[in-house]
Design a protein around this ligand. Structure first.
Ligand SMILES: [Zn+2]
Length: 193
C-alpha cells in the first residue's frame, strides 16, 4: 500500500506533465489523514493534493471523480477539515451505491456533485446519469487536475460493490471520463484499485 500510494503521487505528477497517467493501484478512498478504514491504510488521494500544493503550486484546483461503487468518505473528511480557501480548491464528484458501506453522512457534506444509485442499476441508466452529471460538474468547476478513482467493484458479480454493470459498461464509463478530460483540456490521473 505504501508503494501504491507513492505510485498515486508519481502518476499525478506525470499526468500534469504529459496530460494523463494511470496508477495500477491506489484510490484508497476510505482512508483519511485521521484514520485507516475499509481496506484502505493510507489516504493517497488527499496526499496527492497536499503534495502538489506543497511542491508544485498552492493554488492548484482539483476535481475528484469517484466512480467506485462505494462512497469516498476518506478524502471528503480530509476536505472538510481544511481552511475554506483550500476547500474551494477541491471539487468532489461522487457517484456511488447508497445501499452499501460506508453511508457516511458527515462526509457527504463535502461532496459537490452527489449522485446516489441503487444496487440494481443497469448500464444504460448508469451511463446516462454519469454523462448528465459530469456535464454539470464541468460547467460548474474548472480544475487543474482530475483525480479519477476508477474502482471496478461496480462490475456485475463483485461481492462488495453489489452492482450490475457489464464489462462494456465499465469501459464506457472510463472512456466518458477521459473524453471529458480531453474535451476540457484538463490532465487526468486514474487510480485503479
Ligand atoms: Zn469500493
Amino acid at each position: 500500500m505504501k508503494w501504491q500510494t507513492s505510485g498515486s503521487i508519481l502518476a499525478a505528477q506525470l499526468a500534469i506533465e504529459h496530460g494523463w497517467a494511470i496508477n495500477l493501484g491506489g484510490g484508497f478512498h476510505h482512508a483519511s489523514q485521521l484514520k485507516a478504514e475499509g481496506f484502505c491504510l493510507l489516504a493517497d488521494i488527499s496526499l496527492i493534493i497536499k503534495y502538489l500544493w506543497k511542491y508544485r503550486n498552492p493554488d492548484l484546483k482539483f476535481m475528484i471523480i469517484d466512480l467506485d461503487a462505494h462512497q469516498g468518505n476518506g478524502y471528503a473528511i480530509d476536505k472538510s477539515i481544511l481552511l475554506s480557501k483550500e476547500r474551494d480548491q477541491i471539487y468532489i464528484f461522487d457517484l456511488y451505491n447508497k445501499d452499501i458501506f460506508p453511508n457516511n453522512a458527515f462526509a457527504k457534506l463535502a461532496i459537490n456533485e452527489h449522485i446516489e444509485i441503487s444496487s440494481d442499476i443497469q448500464d444504460d441508466e448508469y451511463i446516462t446519469l454519469l454523462k448528465k452529471n459530469l456535464a454539470c460538474a464541468f460547467n460548474e468547476y474548472k480544475p487543474d487536475l482530475i483525480i479519477y478513482n476508477a474502482g471496478t467493484d461496480v462490475l456485475n458479480g463483485d461481492p462488495l460493490g453489489n452492482m450490475n454493470l457489464t464489462i462494456t459498461g465499465v469501459i464506457d464509463r472510463d472512456q466518458i471520463v477521459f473524453e471529458h478530460a480531453k474535451t476540457n483540456n484538463i490532465p487526468i490521473v486514474m487510480l485503479t484499485r
